[in-house]
Design a binder for this molecule. Sequence first.
Ligand code: 13P
Length: 247
Amino acid sequence: MRKKIAAGNWKMNTDPNFGENFIKNLENRPFPDDVLVILGVPYVSLLSMSNTAKKVAIAGQNCHQEDKGAYTGEISASMLSSVGCGYVILGHSERRQYFNETDDLILSKIHKAFENNLEVIYCCGEPLEVREEGSHEAYVGKQLEDSICKLDKDQLSKVVIAYEPIWAIGTGKTASPEQAQSMHANIRKVIENNFDRECAEAISILYGGSVKPANAKEIFSQPDVDGGLVGGASLKEDSFYDIIQSF
Ligand code: 13P
């Protein structure tokens, strides 16, 4: 049985005060036992939120590929671990686009995350022009083959995949449940081809891109969709809570 996951990605929004209150209020509500809830939050909020959280797991949104050193403004995987993170989001399309992250670099960050006991939410997804020309499956397949397919099986078991079509991020334009299902099935096939069927069946694959309470249930009900990575709608406690309950 695969893990069901509702993950939020706050990106560069909110402050520690907001984060602490959010966790307190959210955890005061009845939580489904079988859903793993993860919040990827700004660095300045990691410590207080992980100290406050009893059920929600806390994630960093990036880490550097080196252990330490003269990298002004960067954060290491060990720093994330030291403030209570259990996860790190890597390969987000915004990091790929604005910080020129390649799958080679992302792979080295993934290794560093594992060395520091972090599990990884690995993001992949195609831009609009690739979707329009119909080569989205090959595009995402290559992202996977250049990164997580180079791990061993044990390492892969510490990865959650998030499929986030770039054209659906922050645009209000969601992939249809059929489009999400078809890409998730393709991703599972790539994992099966590079590892085996057991690994493919075990890995959780989240959908991300304009997930909200109004569409979460239908998307999450697809057989190969195991949850969501939610941006905007994870910033409001009510809407994120509705999404947690959408399985
Ligand atoms: P939105 O839910 O705001 O579209 O963002 C998705 C995302 O990028 C999550 O990582």
